[in-house]
Design a protein around this ligand. Structure first.
Ligand SMILES: O=c1ccn([C@@H]2O[C@H](COP(=O)(O)O)[C@@H](O)[C@H]2O)c(=O)[nH]1
Length: 284
């Protein structure tokens, strides 16, 4: 198989063709119950198949949350493998939300698990945690480049607790930047010169309010969770992201999934978010 076109180029095209919305595949136990499914592997399988079948031919990105599959052990991971394969076959890009991070030698193994084209869980991109130091992610950056995949590095997360780590200022940083800003700067360097968009993105929550003190121009995608259940709205996007909004991939998980199990209702909910996002982004 020839190497894939770089993730950033594939994502740019998908965003232009389908709109930038990412829908999460987050099979919370509470959602399984609301959908009338058992909290078991069969329920998990039905839930994830329904979301993939409803969404994969229309949204740019599907973002499975690995935690909800891992909780069922190896049989849950098998369901995840199938969801990834079917979503990609139907034309969605898959961002695996597994938030991996470790010392470099172990990071290399995580990278092999998600970013090697022959891995059963090969995904178009993987979320990673840089809090063992950005340099510890190097094996993932390298393998992603070799395999046409991408990364989303946790920079400024959507949850209120994130600030105690991400807003911490590094005393040795000559510019007095905080940790989140430092991660954005690393990503800008990674994406330098990439056309039309780099493959190394940041996770930046849509919940965060005005981010004009940050340089979000990383020439890469900004994965923006927080719309819907966490309280942010599509209308917040221009205020939060400013001129960088064109590179934002807004994610909605529970805000769409709570409309299941009917596939038409799921699609209608995703379409409403997609339209709100389109209107907000084109207003900039
Ligand atoms: O900063 C972050 C990083 C990741 N997430 C993940 O996104 C979805 C959000 O789900 P909602 O139901 O739309 O709130 C979920 O998988 C999180 O683990 C995030 O929320 N914030």
């Amino acid at each position: 198989m020839s190497p894939l076109e770089p993730f950033g180029a594939r994502l740019r095209r998908a965003m232009d063709d389908r709109g930038p919305l990412s829908v999460g595949i987050d099979p919370h136990a509470s959602l399984l119950a609301e959908w009338g499914l058992n909290d078991d592997v069969a329920g998990l399988e039905r839930f994830s198949r329904t979301v993939v079948e409803a969404m994969a031919d229309r949204v740019a990105v599907l973002k499975p949350q690995s935690a909800f599959f891992e909780r069922f052990g190896s049989r849950g991971v098998a369901v995840l493998e199938k969801a990834v394969e079917e979503a990609r076959a139907a034309g969605a890009l898959v961002v695996m939300d597994a938030k991996r991070g470790d010392i470099g030698s172990t990071m290399a193994a995580y990278a092999e698990s998600f970013l090697h084209k022959d891995a059963p869980l090969f995904s178009d991109a993987l979320t990673v945690s840089p809090y063992l130091g950005y340099g510890s992610l190097k094996p993932a950056v390298e393998l992603a480049r070799e395999n046409g995949a991408g990364l989303f590095v946790l920079a400024l997360t959507s949850n209120p607790e994130g600030g105690e780590v991400q807003h911490a200022v590094r005393t040795e940083d000559p510019g007095g930047r905080n940790v989140g800003a430092t991660m954005l700067a690393h990503l800008a360097a990674e994406n330098a010169g990439a056309q039309p968009l780099g493959s190394f993105g940041a996770v930046v929550g849509a919940t965060l309010g005005d981010l004009s003190s940050y340089d979000l121009a990383i020439n890469g995608p900004l994965l923006a969770p927080g719309i819907g259940a966490q309280g942010a709205t599509a209308a917040d996007l221009p205020r939060v992201f400013g001129a960088a909004v064109r590179n934002v991939v807004p994610n909605v998980s529970r805000g769409v999934l709570r409309h299941g199990p009917d596939a038409g209702a799921l699609r209608a909910a995703a379409d409403r978010f997609a339209e709100e996002i389109r209107a907000a982004v084109t207003s900039v």
